[in-house]
Unconditional design. Structure first.
Length: 145
């Protein structure tokens, strides 16, 4: 399956904790998965109400995870375990400077009917203020329909 685009069902759950509050977002979409050597790539589109689509490209390698989103929003966020990274998040209402400190990354490649799973625990600082705790859990499986 190396280098082949495989249709997958994706479930992305994002939890954000700030000031004792917790917000959970769940995205369920169809997409594609490709494995090339030690790099895994997931692609999918999100349709949000009254906005253009958001195209997501998630690249997973041994030492980092990269999430690139284009369309209604533009961002390229990188996660490197125990490191701080920066990016700009651009959307209709302006731009936000985001610092990310990644605590944990775990990735389980999909195998014979076993789901692939990516988990990232990280903290963000938006425009230099406050710390928000995030947990991103992405699961995907081959779409056999």
């Amino acid at each position: 399956m190396d280098g082949q685009n495989i249709p997958v069902s994706i479930r992305l759950v994002t939890e954000i904790r700030e000031l004792g509050e917790k917000a959970v977002t769940v995205v369920e979409e169809s997409g594609s998965f490709m494995q090339r050597g030690n790099i895994s790539v997931l692609r999918f589109e999100e349709q949000q109400e009254d906005q253009e689509k958001i195209h997501s490209l998630i690249t997973i390698s041994d030492d980092k995870v990269s999430i690139k989103r284009t369309g209604a929003v533009h961002m390229h966020q990188q996660f490197k375990k125990k490191q701080r990274t920066e990016n700009m998040y651009r959307h209709t209402y302006g731009s936000i400077h985001m610092e990310t400190h990644t605590d944990q990354i775990t990735y389980q490649e999909p195998t014979n009917n076993q789901k692939g799973k990516l988990f990232i625990s990280y903290t963000t600082k938006i425009n230099g203020e406050g710390n928000r705790r995030h947990r991103l859990t992405l699961t995907f499986k081959e779409d056999t329909q």
